[in-house]
Write a protein of this length. Structure first.
Length: 120
C-alpha cells in the first residue's frame, strides 16, 4: 500500500470527487433548482470534508471531518432517492449513484475505524 502524503492520494477522496463531478453533470439541466443545489452541496461536501480533515494534521480532527463527510454522503443518498421519486433522475441512474455512494460510505467507515484503532 502506497504511503498517503496528501489527501489527493486517498481513494475515498478520489471517489468522492468523481461522485460530485458526476452529480454536477447529471443535474446540469435540472430545473428544480432547490433540490439540484442541495444535491450538489451534499456531493461537494464529501471530498471537501475529507480534504479539510486531512489538512488539519491531527487524527482527532481528521476523524471528525471523516464523520461529517459520511453524514453528507448519507444526506446525498436521501436526495438521490427523492430525485428518483419525483422523476428528476431515472431509476437506473439513481441506482448507480446509490451504489457508488454506498461504496464511499463503506470506505469512509473503514477509514474512520482504522484511524480510531491504530492512531488514537
Amino acid at each position: 500500500m502506497a504511503k498517503v502524503e496528501k489527501f489527493e492520494d486517498l481513494l475515498v477522496w478520489q471517489k468522492g470527487l468523481a461522485q460530485a463531478i458526476d452529480l454536477y453533470k447529471l443535474l446540469a439541466d435540472c430545473r428544480d433548482y432547490s433540490l439540484r443545489d442541495q444535491m450538489r452541496r451534499s456531493a461537494v461536501s464529501v471530498p471537501s470534508n475529507i480534504a479539510e480533515g486531512f489538512e488539519r494534521h491531527t487524527n482527532k480532527e481528521f476523524i471528525r471531518f471523516l464523520r461529517i463527510a459520511k453524514g453528507s454522503n448519507g444526506e446525498l443518498r436521501t436526495q438521490i432517492h427523492l430525485a428518483v421519486g419525483v422523476n428528476i433522475l431515472d431509476s437506473e441512474t439513481g441506482n448507480q449513484l446509490l451504489s457508488k455512494s454506498r461504496i464511499i460510505s463503506s470506505m469512509l467507515q473503514n477509514l474512520i475505524k482504522t484511524r480510531v484503532e491504530k492512531f488514537e
